[in-house]
Design a protein around this ligand. Structure first.
Ligand code: CTP
Length: 402
């Protein structure tokens, strides 16, 4: 028996794409409505063949939207994407997943998806061969990297008559996962954080720079994990391809170590938590040539000057209530250097990644960390995805700050 009011006031946006599992969605709408939620439905044109619009609009008490415009009316996809507390795309067909992963928006559902600032959950449904295809796996990995949650397809009887993996997770399961997520207490509400992420580029001349291989993925995952706990996050991001649409994250893009220093110190005064995960250049060219440097000498030397150490600076000015987390990427005597950085930079945590660990390092989707605390405690974790590592770090931050 459902508890009425379990989801009172919650706004749920359901996106249905063209898959046979769409016939189960009216039942899901009914579960949400009975629990007190408000539900709006958008569908792809292909979904019309699998489920009745009339049934969905009757159950949800709202018109079902399919087209970007009809006659003289325009469906405001931006408003819909901002209205929702959560967007659930169920069933998500192989085609819709591919378009979502590639920023294609040739129908209303995709435009709403690209405008959504709320958490997005995706429940794939397809035949097993499609489910196993590497392109689908890559697309799901891309969507996970965008911060979307995938409700993995299940094993069972498929529309083709075959038995295998590809069935959409059942509506009851979607309902209970979503209700648990929405009723979760946000533990960092009213807190502010700064996260630095990505590399920095130090200009040598108008066409060249000194940089590094940091992807920014770890920092983004930390920013998302903090934001998903209600924290208002300022992400200071070096040159990187990562993106976020999380409404609790404001992104300031910077290029050089000096620009990262300035942006970070500006925001630090109001921050409760600061996580320095950027791979900041330690040195920058002493002079930047105005013209492209011509090739002349066999051996060419560039004079470099030390950059400002942002973490060290924040450690020197931080107030009692501010919590400071730094990273250490080491390839020898890891523990010794991590403990030294903890002390020298006056951080509360140092998160160590060792370059000697398989699954840890730049560019990968996984990481292996040990957290060293100011109070002497140490916590070693196994290899995990960067999203899971971010949750572990944020969990420890919450333990110490709330
Ligand atoms: N860091 C920083 N500003 C810098 C250099 C580093 O804020 N100019 C921060 C990094 O974001 C990280 C921590 O300091 O959180 C440690 O960075 P790391 O490169 O491992 O150490 P360094 O202090 O630069 O020392 P070394 O390169 O000699 O190991």
């Amino acid at each position: 028996m459902l508890h009425l009011c379990l989801m009172q006031g919650k706004k749920i946006l359901l996106g249905i794409s063209g898959s046979i599992a769409a016939y189960k969605i009216p039942f899901l709408v009914r579960l949400f409505i009975k629990a007190g939620a408000e539900v709006k439905v958008v569908m792809t044109p292909a979904a019309k063949d699998f489920v009745s619009q009339l049934v969905l609009s009757t159950l949800s008490k709202h018109s079902v939207l399919i087209e970007l415009s009809s006659n003289d009316e325009w469906a405001n996809h931006v408003a819909l994407g901002r209205w929702a507390d959560i967007m659930i795309i169920a069933p998500a067909s192989c085609n819709t997943i591919a378009k979502m992963a590639n920023g294609i928006c040739d129908n209303l559902l995709l435009s709403v998806y690209l405008s959504a600032t709320c958490p997005v959950w995706i429940a794939p449904a397809m035949d097993e061969d499609m489910w196993k295809h590497p392109s689908l796996k890559n697309n799901l990995a891309t969507l996970t990297a965008y911060g979307n949650t995938i409700l993995e397809a299940e094993y069972g009887e498929l529309a083709s008559g075959l038995i295998g993996t590809g069935r959409m997770v059942e509506p009851e399961q979607i309902f209970s996962s979503v209700s648990n997520f929405l009723k979760k207490k946000l533990r960092l509400e009213n807190k502010k954080a700064i996260v630095t992420a990505g590399p920095t580029y130090e200009n040598i001349d108008p066409v060249r720079f000194i940089g590094n291989h940091s992807s920014g993925k770890m920092g983004l995952a930390i920013a998302e994990a903090l934001a998903n706990e209600g924290c208002s996050v300022q992400l200071i991001l070096g040159p990187s391809n990562v993106h976020t649409s999380n409404k609790n994250i404001q992104v300031t893009r910077v290029i050089s170590a000096q620009a990262m220093f300035e942006a970070t110190t500006t925001h630090f005064e109001h921050a409760d938590i600061a996580v320095m995960s950027a791979a900041v250049a330690d040195y920058t060219p002493t002079e930047i040539a105005n013209e492209k440097i011509k090739k002349k000498e066999d051996v060419f030397t560039i004079a470099l000057t030390k950059t400002k150490d942002i973490l060290r600076h924040l450690g020197s000015i931080k107030k009692e209530h501010q919590f400071l987390v730094g990273f250490a990427l080491e390839n020898k005597e890891e523990r010794k250097y991590a403990l030294q950085k903890l002390k020298d930079k006056n951080a509360d945590f140092i998160v160590l990644n060792s370059l000697n660990d398989i699954g840890a390092g730049f560019g990968l989707d996984t990481n292996k960390i040990t957290i060293f605390e100011k109070n002497g405690q140490e916590h070693a974790f196994p290899v995990k995805t960067k999203n899971e590592v971010a949750l572990d770090i944020v969990e420890k931050i919450i333990e110490r700050t709330t």
